[in-house]
Design a protein around this ligand. Structure first.
Ligand SMILES: [Fe+2]
Length: 198
C-alpha cells in the first residue's frame, strides 16, 4: 500500500556518472521536501473552510491542486530512484512487452530518449490499465499531462536538478548515463506487479 507521507529508502549507494552530490540534493532534500509537504496539505485539508470554496481562488482549490502536484512528485521521484542502481542490462518479460508495443526494444529506447529531449519535466513509460499496453508519456510538471488509469514503470526525471551539476546542459549524455544505471530487475518487478492487476 502506498503512503505519500512516508520517506522511502534509497535502493542504491551510488550511481555511475551521476554524483553523490546530485543524489544528496535530489533524494535528500527535494524528494523528502515533497513528502513533508504532502502531510502539511493533508493537515490543512482537515480544517479548510469549505464555505469559502471558489473556482477563481480559494484555499480549498489551492490545496486540492497542490495535492495532485505533491502526490505525483512523491510517486514519480520514488519510481525514478527505485529503478536506478543497476547495470543497464535489459532483461525480463518487460522487454517482451515493450517489443509487443514498440516493435523492438531499440525502437522503444529511441522514442523514450527523444522524449527526454522534448520534455520539460518527466518521461514515463506507463502501463495503461484501460488498454493493457505500455506507452511513453511526457509530463512538464508533476501534475501535467498524466492520464487516468496508467501506472509509471520506467521514469526519467528531466528537471535540471537531476543532471545540471554533473552534465551542465548536455541532456543527451545524462539520458545515456541514466540508461546505463537502469536496474531492469527492479523494472521487471514493478511491471509484473502492475500488469498482474489486470
Ligand atoms: Fe526531481
Amino acid at each position: 500500500m502506498k503512503n505519500y507521507g512516508e520517506i522511502k529508502n534509497l535502493p542504491f549507494k551510488s550511481l555511475h556518472g551521476i554524483s553523490d552530490k546530485t543524489i544528496d540534493i535530489h533524494w535528500g532534500k527535494l524528494y523528502q521536501g515533497y513528502v513533508k509537504k504532502w502531510q502539511e496539505i493533508q493537515d490543512k485539508l482537515k480544517i479548510v473552510d469549505l464555505s469559502q470554496a471558489n473556482a477563481t481562488f480559494s484555499e480549498l482549490r489551492e490545496l486540492k491542486v497542490e495535492q495532485t502536484f505533491t502526490a505525483n512528485a512523491v510517486l514519480l521521484h520514488e519510481a525514478y530512484f527505485d529503478i536506478l542502481g543497476g547495470q543497464g542490462q535489459p532483461a525480463g518479460e518487460i522487454i517482451e512487452a515493450i517489443k509487443k508495443d514498440y516493435g523492438s526494444f531499440e525502437e522503444w529506447a529511441v522514442h523514450f530518449k527523444a522524449l527526454g529531449m522534448a520534455s520539460r519535466g518527466w518521461v514515463i513509460l506507463a502501463y495503461d490499465f484501460n488498454e493493457g499496453i505500455l506507452r511513453n508519456y511526457i509530463a512538464d510538471a508533476h501534475n501535467l499531462y498524466g492520464i487516468w488509469g496508467a501506472a509509471p514503470i520506467v521514469v526519467l526525471d528531466m528537471y535540471e536538478h537531476a543532471y545540471f551539476i554533473d552534465f551542465g546542459s548536455d541532456k543527451k549524455s545524462y539520458i545515456e548515463t541514466y540508461f546505463q544505471n537502469l536496474n531492469w530487475e527492479s523494472i521487471e518487478k514493478k511491471f509484473n506487479k502492475v500488469a498482474g492487476r489486470n
